[in-house]
Design a protein around this ligand. Structure first.
Ligand code: PMP
Length: 308
């Protein structure tokens, strides 16, 4: 990752190197913090950068803060404005990945404290996801997604990603590109940083939001695109692991993963082991909307630079 020049730290634009937190803060000691991964898509023809679904990401950040009882002194407008100021300060004119993070700070703060909260917004240039074209191999993890009554995955909390790390390390050791986790009921949950869809006999299916998944914004966007563009309603329900082996197509999706095809699970080819046609068409529609090459869903894009 190239180091950016600036980030927004507690509302101010500061040099990247100056954004610091004390090692004794609960954020460091216990991983108490929440965050959002957000993308900005650069449209070269229009010389414009579009932030994808900024409002929804900031709403989810506030929801995560509420569920962890973190003091929230920011309005949605403040948060959105912070993201735009960070981008403009760095003069990004390329596709970027951003992180907006609210952490529990202070050297005297107890684990059950609610403040002070430090808010930081950073971004850096990002290539398209590396598995977009050829797809990825996935392995079912022996690690289980934490359940809602232990460590709710609905909260996009820093500490949750330890579970993802274990699954990623295991997948890598097993020779797979990515992990898929099951939940405590043995049903399909999600990847460490992405939601999963399968397509069987033309029917898209995805785990429901009570399957111990993050309420993914990409998942919701893709269901809307599947309905509008392909006239396909997505089944949201408990999904069995064997339904992935039986699927014609499968993919993971997320802000970072975009729409990344899964070509095999546990060495079993998904469909014929090639990227599926509906997955490819959906990926194209999604990226066209995100980059602003399509005029569909203008409400999902926030233009960063004036004048277009
Ligand atoms: N699940 C997890 C655990 C994630 O970290 C992400 C990435 N934010 C997703 C799913 C996908 O969510 P979104 O589409 O909102 O990026």
């Amino acid at each position: 990752m190239a180091t950016p020049k600036y980030m927004v730290f507690n509302g101010d634009v500061v040099p990247f190197a100056d954004a610091k937190v004390h090692i004794a803060s609960p954020a460091v000691k216990y991983g108490i913090g929440v965050f959002e991964g957000v993308r900005g898509y650069w449209n070269e023809q229009q010389r414009q950068l579009y932030v994808f679904r900024l409002r929804e990401h900031m709403e989810r950040l506030k929801q995560s803060m509420k569920l962890l009882r973190l003091e929230d002194n920011y309005s949605l407008e403040d948060l959105e404005d912070g993201v735009l100021r960070m981008i403009r300060a760095n003069e990004f004119r390329t596709t970027i990945q951003m992180r907006v993070m609210a952490i529990l700070d202070g050297i005297e703060t107890e684990r059950h404290g609610t403040g002070p909260v430090t808010l930081c917004i950073q971004g850096s240039p990002k290539e398209p996801h590396k598995f977009l074209d050829r797809g990825l191999t996935a392995g079912t993890s022996s690690w289980v997604r934490p359940s809602d009554n232990s460590l709710p995955v609905r909260v996009k909390c820093n500490a949750n990603y330890v579970n993802g790390r274990l699954a990623e390390l295991e997948a890598k050791a097993g020779g797979f590109d990515r992990a898929i986790l099951l939940n405590s009921r043995g049903k399909v949950s999600e990847g460490p940083g992405a939601t999963i869809f399968v397509i069987r006999k033309g029917r898209p299916m995805t785990p429901n939001t009570t399957s111990d998944i993050l309420e993914s914004i990409t998942r919701e966007s893709l269901m809307a695109i599947l309905k509008d563009e392909f006239d396909l309603a997505t089944e949201q329900r408990d999904l069995d692991r064997s339904e992935i082996y039986a699927a014609d197509e499968a993919f993971i999706c997320g802000t970072l993963a975009e729409v990344s095809p899964i070509v095999s699970l546990d060495g079993v080819p998904v469909g014929d082991g090639k990227v599926g046609p509906l997955t490819r068409a959906l990926q194209q529609k999604y990226l066209d909307i995100a980059y602003g090459r399509s005029n569909k869903h203008p409400e999902w894009r926030t233009a960063v630079y004036g004048g277009g």
